[in-house]
Unconditional design. Structure first.
Length: 279
């Protein structure tokens, strides 16, 4: 079944893999990028099947204009993929206010506003699918990733609640939680904080060391992951989450199990704060 997709950040990473696979099978793509020239090769090859617009996710009015334009010109969009984003790494204290604001504005607020801009269109056309790129870091945490985790835990909460709000409109929502994949995320698009010497003794410094070293190759095959994301649209109902990569599965299972075990130890304490029955 041929579909029309709206995807943010189609010039690299999962967005690029999805776009290439979808165009190869005959689907239409409305894609956003910050640099239109980065898509010149695919545009020349696929012509009108690839609709492009320049977009910076920190610009909310622009998000609304681009989403409205895409739905207007293509008339119907089956799937909205909120993919664009990046990682900011380092200890929380080492980051500037500007770095923190840009990370949250891009990954969290930009994703929220992209989905919000699409919802009226999806409702009016009778439904559709929303795929939100998250990460294993949306369920598990690592030192040196506090602000990146903040953005991804935030978008997971938003999509989880949104899925319950919009199911009545035949809109399905899926969170994708990949582990490390061989894209440009880790060694090209990732941004690092400055360094405070005191944090050389902190586990937070491991993020700097890994990215600066540049030789630790992730285990995940991004093309395989993109294919699973695409195929998930055929599933009914929409899967709420997709864990992709053995590292994602192992890390999330361990940390979720630890959190549940810690919660169970607090059951008696939690219940002790209720009013007695009948009061």
């Amino acid at each position: 079944m041929k579909r029309t997709w709206f995807i943010t950040g189609v010039n690299s990473g999962f967005g690029r893999h999805m776009t290439e696979q979808l165009l190869a099978r005959g689907d239409r793509i409305a894609g956003t990028v910050r640099d239109l020239e980065s898509m010149a090769d695919l545009k020349a090859r696929h012509g009108d099947a690839l609709w492009l617009a320049k977009l910076d996710l920190t610009d909310t009015p622009a998000i609304r204009r681009v989403v409205d334009l895409a739905f207007g010109e293509l008339e119907h969009v089956d799937v909205v993929v909120s993919n664009a984003g990046y990682g900011l790494f380092g200890a929380a204290e080492e980051m500037t206010d500007e770095q923190i604001a840009h990370q949250i504005d891009t990954n969290l607020l930009g994703s929220i506003q992209t989905v919000r801009a699409a919802l009226p269109h999806l409702r009016s056309q009778g439904g559709g699918r929303i795929i939100q790129l998250s990460t294993m870091g949306g369920q598990a945490v690592f030192p040196g990733g506090s602000l990146y985790h903040a953005s991804k835990w935030g978008i997971e909460g938003f999509i989880d609640a949104l899925a319950q709000e919009v199911a009545v409109f035949n809109i399905g929502c899926t969170l994708v939680e990949p582990g490390g994949a061989r894209t440009n995320f880790r060694y090209q698009s990732a941004r690092l904080s400055s360094k405070l010497d005191v944090y050389d003794a902190s586990p937070a410094r491991m993020a700097h060391r890994m990215i600066e070293d540049g030789t630790n190759m992730p285990i995940g095959d991004a093309a395989k992951m993109a294919a699973i994301m695409i195929d998930s649209v055929d599933q009914q109902p929409a899967p709420r989450r997709l864990a992709l990569g053995s590292d994602a599965y192992n890390v999330m299972r361990k940390q979720l199990s630890d959190r549940l075990a810690a919660l169970e130890t607090q059951k008696e304490l939690a219940f002790s704060t209720d009013f007695p029955a009948g009061m």
